[in-house]
Design a protein around this ligand. Sequence first.
Ligand code: F0G
Length: 457
Amino acid sequence: MLRSASQNVTPSSLDIGQPLVRCVSCDRNASGGETDFRCAGCGDILEIRYSLLERGARLPQSDIDALRSAWTRRKTSNAPEDQSGVWRFRELLPILADARICVTHREGNTPLYPLPRISRALGLPKLLAKHQGMNPTGSFKDTGMTASISVAREKNFSWVACASTGNTSASMAAYASRAGMNSFALIPDGQIAWSKVAQALDYGAHLLQLKADFDGCVRVLAEVVRKFPVYLVNSVNPYRREGQKTAAFELMEQLEWHVPDHVIVPGGNLANSSAIGKGFAEMRELGLIEKLPRISIIQAEGANPLARSMSKNGGRSLEPVHAETRATAIRIGNPALWKKAVDALNETAGRCEDVSEDEIAIAKAEIGAEGIGCEPASATTLAGLKKLLRSNLMQPDESVVLILTGHTLKDPEYALEFHRDGHFAAQSAEAARLRRPPLAMDADSGAVIRELEKLAH
Ligand code: F0G
């Protein structure tokens, strides 16, 4: 519950308790002084749990009805904390004391689209895409950033920081500036899409381009935050993942609380898949849903430490890889949240697959041709779905939701390289069918009509 919020729901059973910040491995309670969000005992990551959920309490049906209708009703309110697609679920997000602190760009509330052409081509009638790239800064990061930046404001920090493959830095910059805070990001030099660099600069971040990959930037930042009073907003920050779990709540609301068979998420640092898994698990604990969807995670072949670990040892250990993929958002070789992602896979009988660069490029062009587009990392979900169908790991009558994580304008160069330059999948008939290179011609209506006649055939 948020103090001073406009519309609260008050039955006492809806109080899921104070957040407990705990280590995911040794269960030790955090002291609050862990500036790198690592357990002081064993060094593993921290997560947020709630006392009511620890006891496994189900809500009575009357409270479930009250919650669902309050969440939907808030969408018509003018209060910022109600318009936010994160904070309108605040009963399951009791991490902030007062609505006046919350820093929101009205994130969340993202569309759920049918994909009719792809559905037809795959013979998969119940296919939808939840487009988290339609968030205010163009990626799903905003749903977590509103939570972590609000907590940073509550704790009176004046600096926030992240290491990033681009989207986190853009989102952090936008939220930090709204909150009157300074922000800086460590980014891998020359390895992130320029539109994300431009966005972060425009929103007010200081960017430090390190001669390192993303994993190197994470390592350096972990040392910095132990020595400099700055609040870390990478996805090891457990409050960020609390914000990101609301995508699962919103999806269920959009599906009128009918659980899909399968949800497919791209995997990089593996925070989003973990957060969505947590959201579904909490809804089931409370009785808001009766079963869990299978949650599958798709990585790029060149950045596939989790896919390797699952096939080699069932996710018991993870060997970092040197990551290389043109889907730069997920060029990550040593994902921080891998253990939680393994839990999400195991608890939901999900699969972790990897897909090739060509498969990602074709899938991205197909999502583009649906008129919605996405950035390359998001297209791994469709490429992975096709792989699951080919391997008979999914049946055509299943209901499937792809989580698209970033907007197509996040990496416009990629679309030009595909359509204009023919850089991806050059030998593939599928890519040739999708490719539409721009044509240069004289300013002559006859020439234009001749071209249109050719295209119409
Ligand atoms: N999709 C996009 C568009 C991303 O930006 C990211 C991660 C992911 C998927 C993977 O999500 O890391 O939670 O598994 N981007 C981070 C960044 C790392 O810095 O912007 P994940």
